[in-house]
Design a protein around this ligand. Structure first.
Ligand SMILES: Nc1ncnc2c1ncn2[C@@H]1O[C@H](COP(=O)(O)OP(=O)(O)O)[C@@H](O)[C@H]1O
Ligand SMILES: [Mg+2]
Length: 408
């Protein structure tokens, strides 16, 4: 039975004849199996992923004959050469993707079952793939069960998008600490509780490879990573730490090599104030109706802000600074101006300078909307101004706080 290609010649058949050192971009199995083997054409750029897929098929008891290709030409040649039973295709590959591969199979009038095997494909893509005729899809690479165990805890005073960033980082780290393929034996558990001091504790616990003390001592250092280039940046935990500190909390970590790791995020509970003294969580009363200008080249941002504010504000949206400037020059006035910094043509910085000439009274009403990364020039520009920043992604509450800060 053919199992592997050149990387494990002792298990291979036809590949034994391959001169060592030849790049195995395409691997072919050839020895006859006792039962008629299933002939699988793999469209996959990664040898490791191909092995995982084949491994799964073998575990299912299939005798296999396979070839791996990762270019359009390779696929065409393999189709012309062999009589295949099924094509299994990765979704996103550097040279092409599953939908293109499917088109090649169809163009050759090969009436073959075509199945996408992917760990990265979203549901939308899967639906689109099925719509064009792909026969099925398989999501690969499960690592662990995710168990959520939430106690009824009080609210904390924090920004939801920022906290989301913290927990996403912790979950990705947990997943990356667990090897693929043994989901039945691994678990990532997220739980909430209260500690003795009344702080809200969110714990992310994994059964991954854990870390030795010398790694644990450095995990919060910026740029400290044990992951290969392209996988780790070493920034995740230092950013988490900064965010949690900014909300008056802290992160604790404990780990046992070979057994797993626990990260605990401790946050002070929100101080409950009388409703009237708690303006940032409530919209100003509708009697404070105001006019809001949004200048952002991403139409979705304007749509989102308008939807969030339309019951209390008149929201005007421009996708180009020049358009907004025309309105202002024509005499329109606004209580708050949300202005994206990075726009083609005239940037947010240009628009701000334009306002200085035509409507200087609006300058203090500008809130800069940013993608969170800055060139040296934009950072210097922002640092020199008192105007607040709203970092994407933001939520409705951030918008309200920004507006209240600008309204007098
Ligand atoms: N859940 C975990 N299990 C084991 N090691 C971890 C875990 N979380 C973080 N680490 C270690 O901490 C290092 C720094 O993590 P992080 O700041 O998120 O950067 P990155 O994930 O980019 O490496 C990781 O490279 C890894 O060695
Ligand atoms: Mg990380």
């Amino acid at each position: 039975m053919i199992e592997r290609g050149t990387s494990r010649p002792e298990e291979g058949g036809a590949d034994r004849a391959r001169p060592s050192g030849e790049a195995p971009a395409r691997r072919r199995g050839g020895t006859p199996a006792p039962k008629a083997p299933v002939r699988v054409l793999l469209v996959e750029d990664s040898e490791d992923d191909a092995d995982l897929t084949l491994c799964g098929l073998r575990r299912g008891g299939l005798a296999l004959e396979y070839e791996r290709v990762d270019t359009v030409d390779g696929l065409r040649e393999a189709l012309a050469r062999g009589a295949w039973d099924v094509v299994l295709s990765d979704y996103g590959m550097p040279r092409f993707n599953a939908l293109e591969a499917f088109a090649v199979v169809q163009a050759g009038a090969h009436d073959l079952p075509f199945i996408i095997v992917s760990g990265t494909m979203g549901e939308d893509t899967a639906v689109e793939a099925m719509r064009v005729g792909v026969h099925d899809y398989i999501v690969k690479g499960h690592r662990a069960r995710l168990v959520l165990s939430y106690a009824d805890v009080p609210r904390v005073e924090a920004n939801a998008a920022r906290l989301g960033q913290v927990f996403l980082n912790l979950l990705i780290n947990a997943a990356q600490a667990i090897d693929e393929g043994r989901a039945d034996r691994n678990e990532i558990r997220v739980s909430t509780s209260l500690d003795a001091a009344g702080r809200v504790v969110t714990e992310v616990r994994d059964t991954g490879h854990g870390m030795p003390p010398e790694v644990m001592a450095r995990v919060f250092d910026p740029f400290f990573t044990t992951k290969p280039v392209g996988v780790g940046t070493g920034l995740g935990l230092s950013i988490c730490d900064r965010i949690v500190c900014s909300f008056g909390g802290e992160i604790e970590v404990s780990s046992v090599p070979g057994e797993g790791t626990v990260f605990r995020v401790l946050l002070p509970r929100a101080v409950t104030r009388p409703a009237a003294a708690h303006p940032p969580s409530a919209l100003p009363a509708p009697m404070h109706h105001g006019r809001v200008l949004v200048v952002d080249d991403e139409p979705a941002i304007g749509v989102a802000i308008r939807r969030a504010l339309r019951h209390a504000y008149d929201v005007r949206v421009a996708t180009r600074a020049a358009e907004a400037l025309r309105w202002v020059t024509a005499g329109e006035r606004f209580d708050v101006v949300f202005c994206d910094l990075m726009m083609p043509e005239r940037t947010g910085m240009d628009f701000y300078e334009d306002l200085r000439d035509v409507a200087p009274e609006l300058l203090e009403r500008v809130v800069f909307v940013t993608g969170g990364t800055f060139t040296d020039r934009t950072r210097a520009f922002l640092d020199a101004l008192p105007n607040p920043r709203l970092d994407k992604p933001f939520d409705v509450r951030d918008l309200r706080v920004a507006i209240l800060g600008r309204l007098r």
